[in-house]
Ligand binder design. Structure first.
Ligand code: F6R
Length: 235
């Protein structure tokens, strides 16, 4: 069941997203699934500005690049500290370890983390191609944490953040769709016209691995926050 909230812009969207975190906390949520990227930043800013206290809560992030250390300013670990954890510490924050020697073992370890800490509220952004986490179109739906080869277009898009194209990570570790679907409540935010096709497919299109986010049609409790541009293709 998808509840859809359309707002004017991502500042208002951030406020709506914040209210969902606030309510979840009030109702005893303890484990929060978190995302990086530009989308959740307004919600994180409202969390930082609030008196919500996460010092007893657990966070579990969706994904991390392989090969970047936590103190590399392009790592998702670094991003989360910059945009949330430095100002709103959690009791314990989990991210995949992009420097793990044995990536398969690291994926298993991460699945165990998720199994031991069932996610009460998972926040998601949406890729232009309908990806969630690093689950790109065609990703099997029944898998947990796994190694992902980034598409050339993602590598190209990331190249601007790095001194050399060779420094751009080519792989990532991502939570799987099966794990995301186990979250009790999912909050997906999407802003901007470039997300409008993915939004339409996610909500109105067929439920298909070609558009990973369409799997959310099967989830019992999803809240979608859109700005008018992202909602513009909905009928
Ligand atoms: C981030 C993630 C990605 C992003 C998506 C949207 O941890 O897993 O799925 O949510 O690529 O990115 P932005 O928000 O930058 O448009």
């Amino acid at each position: 069941v998808m509840k859809i909230i359309v707002v004017k812009n991502e500042v208002e969207g951030g406020q709506e997203g914040f209210k969902i975190f606030e309510n979840a906390k009030k109702n005893g949520a303890h484990v929060f699934g978190l995302a990086t990227g530009s989308t959740p930043i307004t919600t994180y800013n409202d969390i930082i500005a609030s008196d919500l206290d996460f010092s007893d809560s657990i966070s579990i992030n969706l994904d991390e690049y392989i090969g970047l250390s936590a103190d590399n300013d392009q790592s998702y670990n670094y991003f989360m500290h910059e945009h949330l954890f430095n100002k709103k510490p959690f009791k314990k924050s989990y991210l995949p370890n992009g420097l793990a020697k044995d990536i398969e073992a690291e994926a298993k370890r991460y699945d165990k983390v998720i199994e031991d800490n069932p996610i009460d509220l998972q926040i998601l952004g949406l890729g232009r191609n309908g990806h969630i986490g690093f689950n790109e179109p065609g990703t099997p739906r029944n898998i947990g944490t796994h190694r992902v080869s980034l598409t050339q277009s993602t590598i190209d898009a990331n190249a601007r953040f790095f001194a050399n194209e060779d420094d751009v990570p080519k792989e990532a570790l991502s939570m799987g769709l099966a794990s995301i679907m186990k979250s009790k409540h999912i909050l997906l935010e999407a802003y901007g016209a470039e997300k409008a096709d993915a939004v339409k497919g996610m909500i109105e299109g067929p439920d298909t691995p070609d558009l990973p986010a369409s799997i959310l049609q099967q989830h019992a409790n999803v809240t979608v926050i859109l700005d008018e541009a992202a909602a513009s293709k909905l009928t």
